[in-house]
Design a protein around this ligand. Structure first.
Ligand code: SF4
Ligand code: SF4
Length: 126
């Protein structure tokens, strides 16, 4: 994926309006039935080649809500097949996991900065 929305989400709808590739689903369409917005990892491109940084995180008012996930590449196929965290789309019964199609990701974000709890947004300085 790319990025993942945590339970800090307040369902404000801003990220969904801002995503350039329509990768975000609202709480009523969350495939995991969670009461928060959901990023379709098989669609998210981390805004690579479109914007300088993830636009969902840039507009999200809840700091810490959007966190980096692993790159959506073959190496992390098993990670994305975890149905407790993701429900990938399928076409003709072929699940669109990274082994089927990899997505772009930000190579300047190292693996040790990725994972639930690793914030995309920076806390504002007061
Ligand atoms: S990082 Fe970009 S492409 Fe991915 S969900 Fe956020 S706005 Fe959409
Ligand atoms: S912008 Fe943030 S708080 Fe608002 S719906 Fe998206 S993830 Fe949730």
């Amino acid at each position: 994926m790319a990025v993942i929305i945590t339970d800090l989400c307040i369902n404000c709808d801003a990220c969904l309006q801002n995503c350039p590739v329509n990768a975000i689903l609202d709480d009523t369409n969350n495939p995991l039935k969670q009461k928060r917005y959901y990023v379709q990892s098989e669609k998210c491109v981390e805004c690579v080649d479109i914007f300088d940084d993830p636009q969902c995180a840039a507009i999200c008012p809840s700091i810490g809500c959007i966190t980096w996930d692993m790159p959506f590449i073959k190496e992390f196929d098993a990670h994305y097949l975890n149905e407790e965290l993701y429900r990938l789309c399928d076409i003709d019964n072929i699940v669109k996991s990274p082994a089927v199609k990899e997505k772009k990701y930000r190579r300047d974000i190292p693996l040790n900065m990725r994972g639930i709890g690793k914030k995309v947004q920076v806390e504002p300085l007061n």
